[in-house]
Design a protein around this ligand. Sequence first.
Ligand SMILES: NC(=O)c1ccc[n+]([C@@H]2O[C@H](COP(=O)([O-])OP(=O)(O)OC[C@H]3O[C@@H](n4cnc5c(N)ncnc54)[C@H](OP(=O)(O)O)[C@@H]3O)[C@@H](O)[C@H]2O)c1
Length: 474
Amino acid sequence: MITLTEVIEVERPVEACFRYVSDFRTTVEWDATAVAASKLSPGPVGKGSHFSVLCKAGPTKLALDYCITESTPWQSVVLEGTSRFFTVKDVITFEALGDDQTRITYIAEFRARYGLGLLERNAAAGLQKMGRASLRGLAKALTDRNPTPSASAETEQKDSNLATALACFTRYGHRRGRRQWLPMSSDMTGKHVLLTGANAGLGFSTAVSLLEAGATLTVVIRDPGKLDSMQQAFEAETGRQADRVELADLSLMHDVNTLCQKLLDQGEAIDVLINNAGALFNDYAETQEGLERSAALLLLSPWRLTEQLRPLLRCSAAPARVINVVSGGMYTQKLHCDDLIMSENDYDGTVAYARAKRALTVLTEHWAQQWAGDNIVVNSMHPGWADTPGVQNALPGFRRVTKKVLRTPDEGADTVIWLARATEADQLTGKLFLDREPRTTHLRARTRENEGERGRLPEWLSDTYDALALDAEG
Ligand SMILES: NC(=O)c1ccc[n+]([C@@H]2O[C@H](COP(=O)([O-])OP(=O)(O)OC[C@H]3O[C@@H](n4cnc5c(N)ncnc54)[C@H](OP(=O)(O)O)[C@@H]3O)[C@@H](O)[C@H]2O)c1
């Protein structure tokens, strides 16, 4: 048997350390050898949780299956791991040294399988070195002081060419981006997040992750028939349900206004607002308020929601974060305010969708500038191409062709989660992100809007709203 013992002290509360370390998916962020990690069992992290961790082992990779065999919150966790060649028992204890300081003692006992005693003796020095490097990594991850996000030179190079930029939208883009990611150990306990479109696709993945991170979650969905199954799915995945569920058809400004009034009356500060709900409509239709529905749902709705909730965003203790989910489709379109509402005669769903997302990207930049003094950061992100119910329903042909390279919903949602959670993600405002890096908002010179159109957009939104057939209460 080889035993490694390492001790680190970090300036974080014991609860945050315990939660971060117990969730062995985080090993990719700090373990010197881990290259991938996933949770195999549903439910909250605790006794009985299973993880798969893929580690570098010389020229090859080795899969380890871990199980939490003992867990005493805030005090200790024991994980037992099995691989082809050895078993390992990790005993991790946590000791609060003050409100914000914790000592972590990590003891790992390796046992070779199949009588590989000689290998065990030879491996000792390598394991000791790896153990020390991993605990240094853990201390750094828990210190949670990452630099201001910036695009790497390689990413800028990729974005300078249309083909390589589009390749970044695929799962391989996510894989490439992931190699550069820094640890995300921040805790969201006490943070109030408002998330639209949480019952499916990217919104569902986002909700699960934010519940796991401890956020207080208010979700907005439109279909009461989906409420119970959504909450059951949250509970099964995380052991928690969304704290509040609001019902609203966000393509109707009447519903948006009612929702905002309710939230304003409640008066609870919003730390993070995620404008995620969306859909691509292949057929032309107008809402009952008389507005083409792509423009209504994808543009007027997040505009109206965000503007009205500004007082609650201002109440956030830390900089409040607004995250607008846009789309790579917007790279095909230039902002012309007069073209944002397509008529029935010339309607093309993908164009209407892309124009609305382009306008929301410009609006993100506008808000970022206007609201800088309010301690509100506003960013947009696009998820690349992810295999969600939305893509399955609206773009079946595209999905058939691209199925093998589509991202999972979790991969597509990653940057939303990072923008909501990562400590360093509030250091930039008015940016468009993909895979946790700020990216260009134009892949072609011909889509660059002029200052006049940019300046006109807020007024166009107000005028369009004022022209709607809202009833007296709307
Ligand atoms: N998946 C991608 O590859 C991709 C790429 C670029 C951008 N996006 C953007 O990512 C966001 C999420 O898309 P997704 O792919 O996850 O789509 P999705 O699977 O269809 O999920 C969309 C969510 O929005 C909700 N929603 C739709 N219309 C609504 C309305 N009128 N009122 C309230 N909620 C409404 C849906 O509720 P219901 O279940 O009731 O319909 C659902 O919860 C969208 O803004 C989309 O434009 C996605």
